[in-house]
Structures are given as structure tokens and as C-alpha cells.
Design a protein around this ligand. Structure first.
Ligand SMILES: Cc1cc2nc3c(=O)[nH]c(=O)nc-3n(C[C@H](O)[C@H](O)[C@H](O)COP(=O)(O)OP(=O)(O)OC[C@H]3O[C@@H](n4cnc5c(N)ncnc54)[C@H](O)[C@@H]3O)c2cc1C
Length: 261
């Protein structure tokens, strides 16, 4: 492990100022610290966001959405009365991430910035059509994810909070990889603004994606029966030691049907 400087700013502005070349933002460290230990990353400095109070908390936005600070942990999201009332599928998604230790250290901002292809929150952000708010700008979910472990974020950009619109209905189902609890396949379905959005994690060869064939079928008939015979193109899905692309294509439809049933 290389030596690095450690900074503990108390404002977002200070953090951004410290995020010069070679520095990395540190949230709960759930991914970043093991990556450094394994020598897969060697930042010159870590900018710890944990003492920036403005980055923590959950509030309602004009009856239409829920705003979640980037440093809010999965445990806080899963136990939030507001989230449980307005977007119960999100509370349930957060409660199914990893184990208790991960849920008490891992953050929504860290999960989205990391964009692991099997992570759960990317499916919720994309499924709900939410947005990511940084120190510089607002990025719509449809423009945020940019391939495996890659996002639209620039090096000196910090996620401040996430805005998630309140859906008429939403549900998330995942088939967890038994050791890590990451999604082998996870499907988030939302009825929102008069349409249906379906986001899939764990299966895409470029990470989280919207399942167009399922969206088309569910926009015509919002029921499990409408998905019979509908399948995503396996050629665009991931194969690994946990499952083939064909298996994942099958799971996407099965999980979506289970969710709707
Ligand atoms: C054993 C284990 C099991 C897990 N299981 C699951 C699971 O089932 N489902 C799931 O979805 N996830 C799972 N995770 C991931 C976990 O949920 C964390 O959210 C994820 O590891 C990111 O951790 P973190 O929030 O501590 O961010 P860190 O590790 O501190 O940072 C991750 C990356 O995001 C960047 N970053 C962090 N915060 C910001 C910000 N505000 N603005 C800009 N960039 C930022 C950092 O620079 C770094 O590049 C698991 C992790 C572990 C270790």
C-alpha cells in the first residue's frame, strides 16, 4: 500500500478544492479501501467526506420526490420512515445490500459513483428516472451511467445528493449472488409519470441498463402475463462464472414476473 495524504474537509467546497490530480473522495471506504489495499488504486490523497454534514440526510421535495444526501448510509435509507412511506421499494432495496457492516458504512453516493455492474442503487436511480446533483450540475439518471465502473462524474466533481421522484408504484427484486449479496440479476420496475421504466442491474455487459422490451410490453399491459415470451437479447448480456448470458436473460423476465405477481 502506498503512502497518501489524508484530508478531512468540513464543506463540499473545501473537498472539491482538495480533489486535485491524484486525489480521491472517500465515502465509507467499502470499495475504495480494499481497492487501495489490493494495489488496484494508488491515490496520492484521500478526501474524506464523512464530516461534511451537508451531505447527510433524507428529506421530501415538494411532495414529488425524496432527496437523499450522498453520505447517507444504506442502513439509514432502509430504516427511514420517509423512504418507507414514499418509496418502500427503495427501503427494501437498501436493506438487501451486503451485510450489516456494509450497510452501516456504505453510502448511496459511493455506490452510484462506483457504478459496480452488480450494485443495487444504480437500478433504483435509473428505474425511477432520478437525478444526481453534484457541486457543479444536475445529471439525469439516463445520462449518468457510462459503462462498467464509469459515470459522467468528472475527477473534481462530488455528488452532493440524489433526487428520486415518488412513483405511483415501484418494486425491486434481486437474485443475489449468495456470497456477496450483490445482484446476479436485479430488476427495478416503476410506474411513473404515466409510463413504465424497467432498470436491470447485474446482467448488462456495460452495467445497469433499461430493459426496452419489458418496458414496451408493460406499457401496453402492466401485468406479469404481458411478459410471457418477452426476453432481453442475451447477446448484449454478461456471462461469467456465476451465470451465462442466456441464464441472465431468462432471470430478468422471471424476476420481473415475480415482482409483478
Ligand atoms: C462485502 C461487500 C458486499 C457488498 N454487497 C453489495 C450489494 O449486495 N449490493 C450493492 O449494491 N453493493 C454492495 N456492496 C457495495 C457497498 O454497498 C458500497 O456502497 C460500495 O462499496 C461503495 O462504498 P462506499 O459508499 O463506502 O464508497 P467508497 O468505497 O468510499 O467510494 C467508492 C467510490 O466512489 C467515489 N465516491 C464516494 N463518494 C462520492 C461522492 N459523494 N461523490 C463522488 N465520488 C464519490 C470514491 O472516490 C470511490 O471512487 C458491497 C460491498 C462489500 C464490501
Amino acid at each position: 500500500m502506498n503512502n497518501f495524504d489524508y484530508h478531512k474537509p468540513s464543506t463540499v467546497e473545501e473537498a472539491v478544492h482538495l480533489l486535485t490530480d491524484g486525489a480521491k473522495a472517500l465515502a465509507g471506504g467499502m470499495t475504495l479501501l480494499p481497492t487501495i489495499k489490493q494495489g488496484l488504486a494508488a491515490p496520492d490523497a484521500l478526501v474524506d467526506l464523512s464530516t461534511i454534514e451537508a451531505l447527510v440526510g433524507i428529506r421530501e421535495h415538494h411532495d414529488k420526490g425524496v432527496v437523499i444526501g450522498a453520505m447517507t448510509t444504506h442502513a439509514t435509507v432502509s430504516s427511514s420512515d420517509l423512504v418507507r412511506e414514499k418509496i418502500p421499494s427503495l427501503a427494501s432495496l437498501a436493506s438487501g445490500i451486503g451485510d450489516a457492516q456494509v450497510r452501516h458504512r456504505g453510502t448511496i453516493g459511493g455506490s452510484l459513483a462506483n457504478n459496480d455492474p452488480a450494485a443495487d442503487y444504480p437500478a433504483a436511480l435509473l428505474g425511477l428516472g432520478g437525478s444526481v446533483h453534484t457541486n457543479k450540475r444536475t445529471i439525469a439518471a439516463d445520462d449518468f451511467f457510462d459503462g462498467l465502473f464509469s459515470t459522467a462524474l468528472e475527477d473534481d466533481e462530488v455528488i452532493a445528493h440524489v433526487h428520486l421522484p415518488i412513483p405511483q408504484y415501484a418494486v425491486y427484486v434481486k437474485f443475489p449472488q449468495p456470497a456477496s449479496r450483490y445482484a446476479l440479476v436485479g430488476v427495478f420496475i416503476a410506474q411513473i409519470n404515466g409510463g413504465v421504466r424497467v432498470a436491470v442491474t447485474g446482467a448488462g455487459s456495460d452495467g445497469v441498463f433499461r430493459a426496452q422490451s419489458l418496458e414496451t410490453a408493460l406499457n401496453q399491459n402492466f401485468s406479469a402475463a404481458a411478459l410471457s415470451g418477452v426476453q432481453e437479447n442475451a447477446a448484449e448480456l454478461m456471462s461469467d462464472l456465476h451465470g451465462s448470458a442466456a441464464y441472465r436473460a431468462h432471470l430478468i423476465t422471471i424476476l420481473a414476473q415475480r415482482a409483478l405477481n
